[in-house]
Write a protein that binds this ligand. Structure first.
Ligand SMILES: N[C@@H](CCC(=O)N[C@@H](CS)C(=O)NCC(=O)O)C(=O)O
Length: 215
């Protein structure tokens, strides 16, 4: 399978398309990785509208979620699968340790940062999909508590901001999304993470390059 994918990747006649908006935090993880791994010229970004039932995204990913990477008739998702594939294709194995406890620790930390973003998204969706009078305050608190517990772990033990890997990319993307959507005022509660994001953003040009343009 990987050899097949490598052949497709190397064949310039095969288009490679990333279905994602510039605003998707999960899409941003993938966009940062693409730049970091030097694969930028090979992938075209094609936005998707997750609310449009006629958008082909729903055929490509039955869950109707982005990001989704299209390569030679294959539709690959979710963001973590795409990160691992890009990492393998680039021949670097830089984003996720290849084996051992370090691998599973990194995967767990990555999922923790993803889970914080998921909780933030669920808060946004609560407002988007429900009538105002049916919004559950209990549900919103339930999700905010997840965000706070997750951020507390990273606040106490932040990853090295100089390193670019699945944990740092995912955490940065998560914090960028929290900045935009403000499900909690994370900057007042997690000062170490404020410093962490500041350092990460200065060290890695792909941070600014993947900032959404329609602020
Ligand atoms: N676990 C998925 C989450 C992707 C996700 O939730 N994407 C959001 C946009 S940021 C989405 O497509 N939501 C539409 C929906 O849930 O219907 C990943 O890591 O890619």
């Amino acid at each position: 399978m990987m050899n097949d994918i490598q052949e497709l990747w190397n064949n310039d006649a095969v288009p490679i398309v990333l279905r994602s908006t510039e605003t998707s935090p999960f899409g941003r993880k993938v966009r940062m990785a693409i730049i970091h791994l030097g694969l930028e010229g090979r992938v075209t970004l094609e936005p998707a509208d997750t609310l449009d039932e006629n958008d082909s995204l729903r055929l490509q990913n039955p869950l109707g979620k982005m990001p989704c990477l299209l390569i030679g008739g294959e539709a690959l998702f979710d963001s973590h699968v795409i990160l691992e594939m890009l990492d393998t294709l680039a021949g670097s194995r830089k984003l996720v340790p290849p084996s051992g406890l370090a691998r599973f620790q990194a995967l767990t930390q990555t999922r923790l940062a993803d889970g914080i973003t998921d909780a933030a998204l669920l808060i946004i969706y609560e407002g988007r999909f429900r009538e105002t009078n049916t919004i559950s305050k209990r549900w919103l608190t339930h999700q905010r508590d997840k965000i706070r517990r997750g951020l507390t772990v990273f606040e106490q033990s932040p990853p090295d901001p100089e390193q670019v890997n699945s944990v740092t990319i995912t955490l940065a993307s998560c914090l960028g999304y929290l900045d935009w959507r403000q499900p909690i005022n994370w900057r007042s509660e997690f000062p170490q993470l404020v410093n962490w994001l500041c350092e990460f953003s200065v060290m890695h040009p792909f941070w600014d390059a993947t900032e959404r343009k329609n602020k």
